[in-house]
Design a protein. Sequence first.
Lengths: 80, 261
Amino acid sequence: MKYFLLVYDRPRGALVEEPREFDDHLAALRVRFDRERNDHNANHEIVVLSGEDVESLKRTHSRYFGNQDGLERVATGGTS
Amino acid sequence: MPLSGNQIDSLGKRLKASDQVATDDLDLLEELLSEHAAALLALEDRLRSLGLSPHGRLKTSQTIVEKLQREPLSLRGVHDLAGTRVVHKMTLDQHTELSEAILRVCPGAKLLDRRVQPSHGYRAVHVNTKVDDRWVEIQLRTLYQDTWAQTTEWFADRWGRQMRYGHAPNDPDAPFGAQTSPPYTRGEAWAIRLRLSDQIKQVEADENAGSIDPENLVRKAVYVMRDALTLPDVPTAPALPLPSNRGPGVLGEEDGGTVTP
């Protein structure tokens, strides 16, 4: 199992940086806590997700990896 | 030594009242989250024993404070400080069977069936269970339910997180994009998404009854949404090690969606 630190910009709907991978959950959490204390941008969501790899995270936490170009179609159920 | 109930309650009260969280309180909150991390990992091991691939997370410090300030909850009453998610292609009956299998490996767990009791369009099954005296929430979603939830959260991130709780988007009369025909406002687009939740519910009921129509417009819309966001495919639900003794039906149907075994 791996642990991935993500820094996500909510209004932009996009990751701020590439996911950072850790083998140890507590090590990942320590970095998350440190980032939370020092990143004062209220739009940033700093989270650690567990998973086999980044691709598997996209199955359950896809909003962090959303494709901006699909925005308009998605909002109306894809039928517009 | 784990934080005591009194320590957690006092911390919650201070977080509820604070404009800016004190450093000492951040230390305590991080300690509490680390305790939940251990519970989360132990629970995910149990879920993997069922052949599932859970993906977990701890709530961010900011969203914990926001939740405490938004809702009449104590910190001990926030049961999703740690949470993990399982998503599969499955029928509603398979979804129910999976929920029951999880209840069997989580004695004392509580089930909240948001298929029976949706939250502002959100549908899923949640199982809340205690591990080493710390609550962990399991979110079980079908592919349809997850697609709706993920795309809705994405819009709430952009147009205002109050949308998750049933409120209108920021600037609801603004056009949300230039490429739709007819042009939609944010508010109209949001209303369409709520209707889509009901339509997905019907498609799931039809497919559960064996009526799968590949040309169904709502079914197609879900897959178009996934393509638009380049979401990967998800696996079908695994064969479960223990058979279900229940007949067809929906857990919690009789009591508004909550089951405590």
